[in-house]
Design a protein around this ligand. Structure first.
Ligand code: SME
Length: 159
């Protein structure tokens, strides 16, 4: 059985530990739903000041919500809408320090104040996005963005 370990040390050390734990948690399993679900649970409980964390999968037309932690969310997001659509369309991580300043932001959870969306690209194909919301303005520092991208990479490697 997997047991999450409490994170300690500098922000970088905490991220290294969380990414290692994620790798261990997903090791030996390739099911994309199972791995998205377990990775969401691990990261949501390990990170502070996060109110929504999870996956949207690309169905060939739009993004459809997948496993997540947090309040119920918008089910479908067109690629021309929201931070998630922008990250999927451009294939670039989007860091939004103030969601109210992002044109077209979709307020699934009214508590969200800042957000990071990492696109999930495997063998050149768009799989979906990894979306993390915080109730705190400008919650995500560069080391957090790098850490969230590393978690997304662990997920992609597991598929
Ligand atoms: N805020 C996102 C929508 C998804 S929720 O945050 C869970 C967006 O603007 O795309």
């Amino acid at each position: 059985m997997f047991t999450a370990t409490a994170l300690s040390g500098s922000p970088e050390e905490r991220w290294t530990s969380l990414v290692e734990q994620a790798r261990g948690l997903l090791h030996g399993e390739r099911d994309r739903i199972a791995n998205a679900a377990n990775l969401s649970a691990l990261a949501y409980h390990a990170l502070s000041q996060v109110n929504w964390l999870g996956f949207y999968f690309f169905d060939g037309k739009e993004l459809v919500v997948g496993p997540f932690q947090g309040h119920p969310a918008c089910v479908r997001i067109a690629l021309d809408r929201g931070v998630c659509g922008a990250a999927a369309r451009t294939r670039q991580t989007h860091v939004v320090p103030d969601v109210e300043a992002f044109p077209g932001h979709i307020p699934c959870d009214s508590a969200s104040r800042s957000e990071v969306v990492v696109p999930l690209i495997k063998d050149g194909a768009l799989i979906g996005v990894f979306d993390i919301d915080s109730p705190v303005l400008a919650r995500f520092q560069p080391e957090d963005v790098a850490g969230l991208e590393a978690l997304a990479a662990v997920y992609l490697e597991s598929l």
